[in-house]
Design a protein around this ligand. Structure first.
Ligand code: FAD
Length: 573
């Protein structure tokens, strides 16, 4: 046998917002089920939901509407969203806010009349972002964690999933092989249903903002097991990442509300350059537009000394900045800036994957027995995510997955896994321990990050993408020679090698999909195809594993509620 064994009814992989909401809804609906959470970091202390700053979008004000939030999400997503998924997001987001407050004890900031305060965010036609100061995620995750710890849920911290298990037919997913990273031991978990909630995380870029332990593991594992993934070319770059070379703060996000509150962007010539790119919305334009503008200013020689541009709030009321954005003031102070009084050097930073595992309206993937929610899943955000829609997606779809699994698992008997597959996962994950010291995992990670930043980044073109694909193949071959020190317990070098394996797999999917889509849409900008082409490209790029690398196919977007022509007519009315 490949390692220790455990049988559970439901295995949740991940310990962020989607995972915790799934666990709460599962145990509420079906208290008799045996539920296991396996998390690479610590429960609720790892992942990006905890890092959420700005807040959560929900329609709470009678002057706002589901239709408006939906239209903002779809136009922000450049019509690449699966519209039924986006509709689920906007219609369920308000109930989740009430659930967070009334069931789990979260408390969000209030307006003077006692109602929940909602602030402006980029790309939105209404102020609908619910928040707790500028560190909203900590409030949400602490309360969700307390609630989960009060339920009958087995929590395996510092256990990373290294591969999915299938039954002997190969058609049904029935659990996962975990690595207990503290002890260096493997645990084979058989489950009647498995939920992926590992939170995506584009940490394959030289400048990135997600929590450092994330490495797109869920997407890599699902793809390797044969699930369809889609929209991988859609990588969001947040425009305002801190530039602090040589520091862990490099790439850390300064929240969107700073632009919403009136923050201005300047280049080295002192020009408020957004006038060139989006004169109507200026700094409040969507993230893709602002990121590209910042990137191009720097590339064309009008950037700051370290290759970024400047964010300036000094024209705003200083006390109000300090009061409204205490977390951001503290973060910039740690990097040597005074946010309220002076300008701060910023750069686009890889922030979020709109693409991921393909799901239906019940969070089911294309593999029987496997579900996905949160940033591991695709379809909700289209080609570009609006600020405030990410945490809403995680919590809404995590809860939905919990409800669905509670309902569906009753009809699913336990099946036994294919032991050869479990052995293969263990052998593959252990391989770097057995090798002589060859290639260095950290060096290859650095190479990967530089390569993705330079050739598959904010602005792409066919020649660079082809180069990147060839270099990724070569890097993947070199990664086969990585050897790490052979101590099994708490081996961070081993962890880096495993992270690299997942990142190489998903980077290849990103580069392949980006080369395939010969147009520009949302976060995907091709300098050689700068125009959005709705006639040919209102399609998802779907990737599936085949013997010789990914097989790519175009699948039409289902425009079930809004189409681009109607949206244009509405905007002109
Ligand atoms: C700095 C920052 C600020 C943000 N601010 C906002 C905001 O203001 N509003 C908004 O809407 N969105 C925001 N986002 C995006 C938002 O945080 C994410 O969209 C969302 O939280 C993702 O939730 P999740 O549950 O899918 O994953 P996460 O919360 O990231 O959780 C992933 C979990 O999976 C675990 N994991 C990873 N790999 C494995 C593995 N192999 N095995 C087991 N466990 C694994 C991780 O340890 C972690 O516990 C922000 C993101 C960042 C990085």
């Amino acid at each position: 046998m490949a390692g220790d064994a455990l049988a559970t009814d439901v295995l949740i992989v991940g310990g962020g917002g989607a995972a915790l909401c799934a666990a709460l809804h599962l145990t509420e609906r079906a208290p008799a089920l045996d539920v296991t959470i396996a998390v690479k970091g610590m429960l609720a202390k790892s992942g990006c939901t905890r890092m959420v700053q700005g807040g959560y979008n929900a329609v709470l004000n009678p002057a706002d509407s589901f239709e408006r939030h939906f239209a903002d999400t779809i136009t922000g997503g450049a019509f690449l969203n699966e519209q039924e998924l986006a509709w689920i997001l906007v219609t369920r987001a308000p109930a989740m806010i009430h659930e967070l407050e009334s069931r789990y004890g979260c408390f969000f900031d209030r307006a003077p009349d006692g109602s929940i305060h909602q602030k402006p965010f980029g790309g939105q036609s209404f102020d609908r972002t619910v928040h707790r100061g500028d560190l909203t995620g900590i409030e949400i995750m602490e309360r969700l964690r307390d609630a989960v710890l009060g339920r009958r849920v087995r929590v395996l911290e510092e256990h990373r999933a290294v591969g999915l298990l299938r039954d002997h037919s190969g058609a049904r997913v029935c659990g996962s092989v975990l690595l207990d990273m503290r002890r260096g031991r493997f645990l084979v978990v058989e489950a009647r249903a498995t939920l992926l909630a590992t939170g995506g995380g584009p940490t394959m870029y030289a400048v990135s903002s997600p929590s450092r332990e994330k490495s797109t593991d869920g997407i890599a594992m699902a793809y390797a097991a044969g699930a369809e993934v889609m929209d991988m070319e859609m990588v969001q770059f947040h425009p305002t990442g801190l530039v602090v070379e040589g520091s862990e703060l490099h790439g850390a996000v300064l929240e969107e509300g700073l632009r919403g509150a009136g923050g201005r962007l300047y280049n080295a010539l002192g020009e408020r350059f957004m006038e060139r790119y989006d004169p109507a919305r200026m700094e409040r334009a969507t993230r893709d537009v602002v990121s590209r503008a910042c990137y191009l200013e720097a590339r064309e020689g009008r950037g700051s000394p370290l290759g970024g541009v400047w964010l300036d709030l000094s024209h705003l009321d200083q006390d109000e900045i300090a009061q409204t954005f205490p977390g951001m003031v503290e973060r910039t102070r740690a990097a040597g800036y005074d946010l309220a009084r002076g300008r701060v050097e910023i750069s686009p930073t890889a922030h979020f994957l709109m693409g991921g595992v393909r799901i239906d309206e019940r969070c089911r993937t294309t593999l029987d027995g496997l579900y996905a929610a949160g940033e591991d899943a695709s379809g909700v955000q289209g080609a570009n995510r609006l600020g405030g829609n990410g945490v809403a997606e995680s919590l809404v779809f995590g809860a939905l997955a919990g409800d669905v699994i509670a309902e569906e698992v009753a009809a699913r008997p336990h099946v036994s896994h294919d032991e050869r597959e479990a052995d293969q996962h263990v052998a593959q994950a252990s391989a770097p321990l057995r090798r002589e010291r060859g290639a260095d995992a950290y060096d290859l990670l650095d190479e990967l990050r530089r390569l993705m930043w330079d050739k598959v980044g904010v602005v792409r073109d066919g020649r660079l993408l082809d180069e990147a694909i060839a270099e990724l193949t070569e890097l993947t071959a070199r990664a086969e020679a990585i050897g790490v020190n052979d101590c099994r317990e708490a081996n961070v070098e081993w962890a880096a090698a495993l992270n690299l394996g997942c990142l190489l797999a998903t980077s290849t999917l990103i580069a392949r999909a980006a080369a395939f889509r010969t147009e520009s849409r949302g976060a995907h900008y091709r300098a050689d195809f700068p125009v959005q082409d709705d006639r040919q490209w209102l399609v998802h790029v779907v990737l599936r594993s085949s013997g010789d690398g990914p097989r790519l196919a175009a699948r039409p977007v289902r425009l079930t509620r809004l189409n681009p022509a109607d949206a244009l007519a509405e905007a002109e009315r």
